[in-house]
Design a protein around this ligand. Structure first.
Ligand SMILES: [Zn+2]
Length: 431
């Protein structure tokens, strides 16, 4: 049983009857994941047009909340409401009503730490890099008002819409990608709350900062191989990575405790980065999966596992020779054992083996019984490559697939899966 993600503009622009007709083509969709609050992302990403949207060719997400909720700004922190959403024009209510008598289950998808947040307490809750700069639009998991805001939001969503199971995404520190490449987002968080917590946990903050500055300087001097060895062998950097992981797991644990106190039927599923990268962003599969029954991750092999690999390489390296060295160092750092050149990667991404490798690693690292959804890239890919990814996901240790995403996927991709499912049924009859 598979899932598919939809955006709020899909629901309001295309209408649910068209969406339902299309997802039926995929044959075995059980879960539909409507995004409730957007991120700063071009739809579709990074180029192209929305193939079926009759109102917009392109939609730019602005990090707003597309649900009808009370205003929480009085307590210091809130997320900007999407101005076009009103009680009578409410995408989450539209999908809830449309799905009530259908075979699909709706699981709202929330972006937790990244978005257009506002309020008088905003600065006190933002992620801060090692140089003391705020990282715009990113909340710190250790900051004081973030949990309060999300507890109120979950309870508010439950009260208006009645959903008790949610997928939570962006539960991590910033990566280097986004509207522009900024690797300083990795050198976080040094907000006062994190520094206090580091001190309590006996991290030597000055040594951590010094080590990170040395590491950054090595990368900027294009000493990529040295930088990989330095980070792997430096006790302060390693302790800081573990601190980030404890910070994210602790946040998720407290969030689940808070909402369950209000209503013990709340169920939180996790959207994580593939394990090749997740550890670097504060995501520890072993401890997170003790808190949640299900997770999705996105081993999109064509896109380098969803990371903006090319953006980072081009930020760090200028000449072809430097780019090749940077790419080889990148693979070493993230333990990606694929023998390929940067030229080959730019053309075809990672080999298809990446999908099964990452799913198998998720299975190894996760608590026994965790339900694993393998994200399937359903845009900017040929029908043949899509089916190849579906087969790789199905033959791996993942339990289910989750297509990303409805609104970006051309008709030919729906038809490819439809025909694969129908032929698959036929061929199994013959055997
Ligand atoms: Zn912080």
């Amino acid at each position: 049983m598979t899932g598919i993600q939809v955006h709020p503009h899909d629901i309001v622009d295309e209408g649910m009857s068209q969406i339902i007709a299309y997802i039926r083509k995929l044959k075995d969709i059980r879960y539909v994941f409507p995004e409730v609050n957007t991120i700063f992302e071009r739809n579709p990403n990074p180029v192209g047009k929305l193939p079926r949207n009759p109102v917009h060719e392109v939609v730019h997400g602005t990090g707003t909340m597309h649900a009808v909720l009370p205003a929480y700004g009085g307590s210091g922190l809130d997320q900007r409401r999407e101005p076009s959403v009103t009680p009578d024009h409410d995408p989450l209510m539209m999908i809830k009503h449309a799905m009530q008598d259908e075979e699909f289950e709706v699981i709202p998808w929330l972006n937790i730490l990244n978005g257009h947040f506002e309020g008088v307490a905003l600065e006190n809750n933002l992620v801060t890099d090692v140089y003391g700069n705020f990282i715009d639009h990113w909340l710190c998991p250790n900051a004081p008002d973030v949990i309060d805001f999300w507890e109120k939001t979950f309870v508010g969503l439950y009260e208006r819409y009645g959903f008790t199971t949610y997928m939570i995404d962006r539960i991590r520190f910033p990566d280097w990608g986004g509207q522009e490449v900024n690797p300083k987002g990795l050198l976080t968080c040094f907000c006062p709350h994190c520094q206090q917590k580091m001190a309590e946990e006996n991290l030597d903050i000055n040594e951590v900062k010094k080590a990170l500055e040395t590491w950054a300087a090595q990368l900027m001097d294009k000493k990529f191989e040295i930088a990989v060895g330095f980070a792997a062998g430096n006790e302060h950097i390693q302790a800081w990575m573990k601190f980030r992981q404890r910070s994210v797991t602790g946040f998720v644990e407290r969030l689940i405790q808070r909402v369950r106190k209000v209503n013990d039927s709340f169920n939180i599923w996790l959207d994580l980065w593939p394990p090749a990268y997740g550890w670097m962003l504060g995501q520890d599969y072993a401890s997170l999966t003790k808190l949640s029954p299900a997770l999705k991750h996105f081993p999109y092999h064509k896109l380098g596992g969803g990371a903006d690999v090319q953006g980072l390489i081009h930020y760090l390296a200028d000449t072809l020779e430097e780019q090749e060295r940077a790419f080889q160092a990148f693979k070493l750092f993230f333990c990606l054992p694929y023998e390929l050149t940067y030229e080959a990667f730019k053309k075809d991404g990672f080999p298809i083996q990446f999908v099964a490798d990452q799913n198998n690693t998720v299975r190894e690292k996760s608590a026994p019984g965790t339900r694993i959804f393998s994200g399937i890239q359903m845009w900017n890919i040929s029908p043949g490559n899509l089916i190849e990814a579906v087969q790789a996901g199905e033959s791996s240790a993942a339990d289910d697939l989750l297509y990303y995403c409805y609104g970006w996927a051309g008709d030919e991709l729906f038809e490819a899966i439809q025909s694969y499912r129908e032929k698959g049924t036929n061929s199994s009859w013959k055997e």
